[in-house]
Design a protein around this ligand. Structure first.
Ligand code: NAD
Length: 614
C-alpha cells in the first residue's frame, strides 16, 4: 500500500527533470539563455527556488512551507523552461497552478509571466477538495513565494522574524531579549529563521523539530548554534546562557507539543512561547506525537484519515500547552501557521484564540505605513553585487536606525543560499520628489546596473506577506479594526494593480501560510536591468504596491495609515470626498448663519430672510 501510494505521487510528479539535475540551482553570470533579461530572470528565479541549497525537497518540487511547490510536475517544469526561452519581449506566459497553459502577444511593458496558484471557488475552497484535485494532478499548492518563484531560502523571512521579536522586546522588555528564553517548534524552510532571529536580538532559543536532518541543516547554515541530545541538555545549556546574558540557540529532536508539556511538567516557564511547525496543513505539514517521522510518513500514506486525526489531536494538546504556559506567565503568540484556527475549526476549541497572532501584536503598525519584506536577488550570482546594494541602502537611508542595524547584522550573520540576495523592510514614506522608500532604492539599483557597478540585472520582489497584498483572517488581517478580516478584494486589486503598473511577474494565490481557503495573496517581481523601461516600471510598481498597504489600512480606520497618507500625499478618495463634503457643509452653514443675520437685519428693513440660502 505504502509503495503503491508513493509511486502514485511519483507518477503525478514524474521523475526529476534532467534539466533540473543539470542546473542544480539558478544559472548565473551575464550570458543569457532567453530572449531578454525579464524572461531570464523568471527562469533563474524558478531554478533558484529549486536549488537543493534553497528548497526543502526539490526532487518532489517542494520548496518550503509543507508542500509549497514551484511547478506542478517535472513535465510542467520542463515546459515552463521551454516557453521562457521562446518568449518574446512583447509576450506573456500564463501559469495555472504550476503548469504553463498559454502564451499571448501583449506588449513590452506588460508582465512576462502571470501566475495563479491553488485558487478555488469559495464553496469548494478547502483542503478536502484541494487534495482530491491535487491527487488527480489538476492543481498545485503554491504556498506564497514557492509557486511565484520568489523564495530565497530561510534568509527571506529572517528580517521579518527579527523585526517581530525586536518589537516584542520593545513592548515587553528593555529593548532586546538578553537573558530571555524563547521556545518554539519547527526548523524548516521559514521556521528555521527563528533561532537566528532570537540570537540577533541577543536572546536564547530552544526549538523542537521532529526531523534530525532539518536541525542539522540549520546548524550547517549558521541559523542554529547547537543540536542537543535531549531536552535536559538543551535546558541546561540554555539556562547557562541566560545566566551569562549570552545569545544562544539549540535544537532538540522531539515533537513540539511534547516539549511544551515537558516544560510545564518541570515548571520551566519560558519568557516567550510560539510555534512555527507546518500546522496549516494537518496532513502533509504537521507531525503527530507518538510516532517516529518514518512511522508517521507511513501512516500518512496508508491511512490519511487516521493521520489527520492524530495530527489534530496533537495540535489540540499543543495549543493547550501554549495557553497553560501563557497562564503561567509566558508571552504567547501564534507565528502565522494557523494552529489556533485548526483546533478551533476541527476540534471546537473555543479558547484557541486566547493568545494573539503576530500581525496584530507586532507587525500591523508597519503595514499601515506600507512597510514590508522587500527583497532582491543578484542574477549574476556574485555576492559582491549584493554588498554593493547594501552600501546603497546605507547611502540612501542613513537616519533609518533599525535598517542600518539590520544591514550590519545581515552582513555579519546571514549566509546566502542560492542566488545572493537580501531582505529589507521598506515602505511608502516619500521624499521631496514624491519617491517612496521602495522606489528610491529600486531606482538606485537600476542606476548601479546601468553604470556597471553591479555586474548584472537584479530582480526585486517580496514576500506575499506584505502590507497591502493579503487577505488572511488568521494572520495578516486578523482582528482588523473595521471587521474586514475576510474581505479578499484587496489582494485581487493588488495583483491587478501590479499588472497595470508593469511588474514583470505577477501572481495571485490561495492558502499561503494558513492553508487552503484561509487566505488570498499576491506578489510581484521587477527586473532592474539598467534600462529606462525598468526605471519606469520600478517607479510605478514600488509606488502602487506599498501604496496598497497604506490605503487598505487607511480604509480600515488605522491612524498610522491615515497619517502616512497625509504625510506622503496618498489620495484616499472617500476621505478626501468626505473632507470636501464636510468643508462644503460647514461653508453652507456659515452662509446660512450670515444670511440669517442679514435676514434678521433685512427683516428689520423689510426684505426676505430666505434669500441667503441660495
Ligand atoms: P516547513 O514545512 O519547511 O517546516 C516546518 C517544520 O516543522 C518541518 O521541518 C517539520 O518537520 C516540523 N514539524 C512539523 N510538525 C512538528 C511537530 N509537531 N513538532 C516539531 N516539529 C514539527 O515549513 P516552514 O516554511 O518552516 O513554515 C512553517 C509554518 O510557518 C507554516 O505553517 C508556514 O505557513 C508558516 N509561515 C509563517 C511565516 C511568518 O512570517 N509567520 C512565514 C512563512 C511561513
Amino acid at each position: 500500500m505504502h509503495d503503491q501510494q508513493s509511486s502514485a505521487r511519483r507518477d503525478r510528479l514524474g521523475d526529476p527533470s534532467d534539466e533540473w539535475r543539470a542546473y542544480q540551482g539558478a544559472p548565473t553570470g551575464t550570458d543569457i539563455e532567453c530572449k531578454g533579461w525579464r524572461q531570464e530572470a523568471a527562469l533563474r528565479m524558478l531554478n533558484n527556488n529549486l536549488d537543493p541549497e534553497v528548497a526543502e525537497r526539490p526532487e518532489d518540487l517542494v520548496v518550503y512551507g509543507g508542500t509549497g511547490r514551484a511547478a506542478r510536475s517535472w513535465d510542467a517544469y520542463d515546459a515552463i523552461l521551454t516557453e521562457l526561452r521562446d518568449l518574446d519581449d512583447d509576450e506573456t506566459l500564463l501559469v495555472q497552478s504550476g503548469k504553463p497553459v498559454g502564451t499571448f502577444p501583449t506588449h513590452e511593458r506588460a508582465p512576462r509571466v502571470l501566475i495563479a496558484n491553488s485558487n478555488l471557488v469559495g464553496r469548494w475552497d478547502d483542503w478536502e477538495h484541494f487534495h482530491e484535485l491535487e491527487a488527480e494532478g489538476k492543481i498545485m499548492y503554491g504556498q506564497m513565494t514557492a509557486g511565484s518563484w520568489a523564495y530565497i531560502g530561510t534568509q527571506g523571512i529572517i528580517q521579518g522574524t527579527y523585526e517581530t521579536l525586536a518589537e516584542l522586546a520593545r513592548q515587553h522588555y528593555d529593548a532586546d531579549l538578553r537573558g530571555k528564553l524563547v521556545v518554539t517548534g519547527g526548523l524548516g524552510g521559514m521556521s528555521g529563521a527563528q533561532p537566528l532571529a532570537v540570537t540577533m536580538n541577543r536572546g536564547v532559543c530552544i526549538a523542537a523539530e521532529v526531523q534530525a536532518d532539518r536541525i542539522e541543516r540549520r546548524v550547517e547554515t549558521d541559523y542554529l548554534m547547537e543540536f542537543a541530545d535531549s531536552l535536559d541538555e538543551a535546558l541546561e545549556n540554555a539556562n547557562a546562557a541566560i545566566d551569562a546574558g549570552e545569545p544562544y540557540s539549540v535544537g532538540v529532536q522531539m515533537n513540539a507539543a511534547d516539549m511544551l508539556e515537558a516544560l510545564l511538567a518541570r515548571d520551566e516557564i519560558p519568557d516567550v512561547v510560539t510555534d512555527q511547525t507546518s500546522a496549516h496543513d494537518e496532513l502533509e505539514g504537521y507531525y503527530p506525537s507518538g510516532y517516529t517521522v518514518e512511522e508517521a510518513d507511513r501512516l500518512r500514506e496508508d491511512d490519511p484519515e487516521a493521520y489527520v486525526d492524530a495530527s489534530l489531536d496533537t495540535m489540540e494538546r499543543h495549543v493547550q500547552a501554549i495557553l497553560d504556559l501563557q497562564d503561567a506567565g509566558a508571552i504567547a503568540f501564534e507565528y502565522g501557521n494557523n494552529i489556533r484556527g485548526q483546533v478551533q475549526d476541527h476540534r471546537g476549541m473555543t479558547t484557541a484564540f486566547d493568545f494573539p497572532g503576530f500581525v496584530p501584536a507586532y507587525i500591523r503598525p508597519m503595514f499601515c505605513r506600507g512597510r514590508g519584506p522587500f527583497r532582491w536577488a543578484a542574477l549574476s550570482g556574485d555576492p559582491a553585487d549584493i554588498h554593493r546594494t547594501d552600501e546603497a541602502i546605507r547611502e540612501l537611508f542613513p537616519d533609518h536606525e533599525s535598517l542600518m542595524r539590520w544591514i550590519d547584522l545581515a552582513q555579519e550573520q546571514v549566509s546566502f543560499q542560492g542566488l545572493p540576495s537580501r531582505v529589507c523592510w521598506l515602505g511608502y514614506a516619500t521624499d521631496d520628489e514624491g519617491l517612496t522608500e521602495r522606489a528610491r532604492f529600486a531606482l538606485k539599483i537600476n542606476d548601479l546596473v546601468a553604470s556597471g557597478e553591479v555586474s548584472a540585472p537584479v530582480v526585486v520582489t517580496r514576500d506575499h506577506l506584505d502590507a497591502g497584498s493579503v487577505a488572511s483572517p488568521y494572520r495578516e488581517t486578523e482582528a482588523m479594526r473595521d471587521g474586514t478580516d475576510a474581505v479578499a478584494d484587496w489582494p485581487i486589486l493588488n495583483a491587478l494593480l501590479n499588472t497595470a503598473a508593469g511588474a514583470d511577474i505577477v501572481s495571485v494565490h490561495d492558502g499561503g501560510g494558513v492553508g487552503i481557503g484561509n487566505s488570498l495573496h499576491a506578489n510581484n517581481h521587477v527586473v532592474l536591468d539598467g534600462s529606462d523601461l525598468a526605471a519606469k516600471k520600478a517607479r510605478a510598481v514600488f509606488t502602487t504596491d506599498p501604496g496598497m498597504g497604506v490605503i487598505r489600512h487607511a480604509d480600515a480606520g488605522y491612524e498610522d495609515a491615515l497619517d502616512e497618507a497625509t504625510r506622503s500625499n496618498v489620495r484616499i478618495p472617500m476621505r478626501d470626498h468626505d473632507a470636501a463634503a464636510r468643508a462644503e457643509r460647514s461653508e453652507r452653514a456659515d452662509r446660512a448663519d450670515r444670511a440669517a443675520e442679514d435676514g434678521g437685519h433685512a427683516t428689520e428693513t423689510g426684505e426676505s430672510a430666505g434669500r441667503g440660502d441660495e
